[in-house]
Write a protein that binds this ligand. Sequence first.
Ligand SMILES: [Zn+2]
Ligand SMILES: [Zn+2]
Length: 578
Amino acid sequence: MGKNKELARIFEKMADILEFLGENPFRIRSYRRTAELLEELQEDLEEAYRSGRLAKLPGVGESTLQKVEEFLKTGTLKKYEELRKKVPEELLELMDVPGVGPKTLKAAYEKLGVRTREEFIKALKDGRMSRLRGFGPAKVQKILKGIEIWEKAKERVPLVEIYPVAKELERYLKEHPAVEKASVAGSLRRMKETIGDVDLLVSAKKERWREVHEHFVRHPEVAEVLAQGETKSSVVLKNGRQVDLRTVEPEQWGAALQYFTGSKQHNIRVRDIAREKGFKVNEYGVFRLDTGERVGGRTEEEVYELLGMQTPPPEIREDWGEIELALEHKLPRLVQLKDVKGELHMHTNWSDGVNSLREMAQKAYELGYRYVVVGDHTQSARVANGLDPERFKKQWEEIERLNEEFAPKGLVILKGAEVDILPDGSLDLPDELLEKLDFVIASVHSRFSQDNTERIIKAMQNPFVNMIGHPTGRQYGYREGYPVDVDALIEAAKETGTALELNAQRMDLSSELVRKCVEAGVPIGITTDAHSARQLELMNLGVGLARRGWARPELVVNAMPLEELKSFVERKRRKARV
Ligand SMILES: [Zn+2]
Ligand SMILES: [Zn+2]
């Protein structure tokens, strides 16, 4: 969904600028509506435009279509580039700060002559701002807090935003004939929830490094080349992220990958252990301290083995206890993508998904899944076209028809739903209907400011609820979660036999919470919450996040074969009957 978001942002920015300039409110509103529409578009912008589906959407006129075409061709809008020049650059940036906005900056600019971020902060702090009409001290404090949060967030982006493009670059580098190995490194390889810059590493013969860097900077996502050298290149992508590529000799590959993967804490420990054992480890290899002789470093495994250690999976290299276990050769086997047998949470165009049930099933089949749960929204989710009991019955007919085709090929389509948990903790479908489903997800989609602990626990007590969707409500980079006592949720999940969801797109649960679940023995469902067939591919991201939380396959619900999944569901129902 990259392009949709990019263009939505341009429209949003144009609206901000027009507002700052005090222009026609009608145009401002229309730009904002277009931005919203693009933001909500559940389909690739280019596809929607080419197929003519975009033109059919309400509110999309000729001028919007022209702008979409211009953007698809050039990556920007001429109108936008013109408008940008009319606002001091730092003020334009500040419009993104929550609670600031164009009106505030217009006042600061016109009445106080503020033109930079620093001048703005000064005017907020020395009381000039609060003397302006409409800006009391409380509001000024709120703005200052907003700036502080925004500056922190600006440094890092949620993994989900950068992961697909980073993996694409990794694939693209591997394509080049001179490249022996290519990998993402750094916090991205460790699947940290937020990412600063992207690090890539390639092994190739030295005489061909130049070619590799030339290939790299030609990737279509590259917007700007900051530096292009023999051993290192730095570029800025169209999404604004910096990516660094380093090339190393094949014999240094393992040592370099180990070094650039980190974390810093992990590597400090590794180097200490090396010294104790008479070695020195750096990005070039493993060396004997006494003679300086190089003894290894071609693979990561070789590096760790020389130190008497197992190789810890990159996702857990944080000095969270993995060092000790690696020394004792007792690292747990973490869940892998190939363990995943099915998808537990996806939407079709019966509710707010883009693709049909058949298209989603086909994609699940192509991914090699044995089962897939259709988890469309339920009736109270009106904007998402949630299903009422009548429509569920119709959907089941389609599922049954499709199963006649897919089940013999090895994929079973399971009846499910993502049921809304109502404010009082009841569900918005009757038990008689839930009972007919194979797998039920229950999620909170409203009242994000209230404490939702009781509400969710009540939902878990329903014998037909098998998993709580996005349990904390948190969406990394977009939204803080609702107040909820996660320890109480974990306890209730264990008691009731309910799984908690690790939703790859929202990155909720965080790895920290996965770890708590693992310690408590609470089952986790790794899902993509796909709203399109392509999003089903995000499972590898979900698995990475689960690994970072030390999840073993035994605790992952969708690593179970179908029969075992059925017993998981049946166990909870049976417990309620006795
Ligand atoms: Zn949901
Ligand atoms: Zn969902």
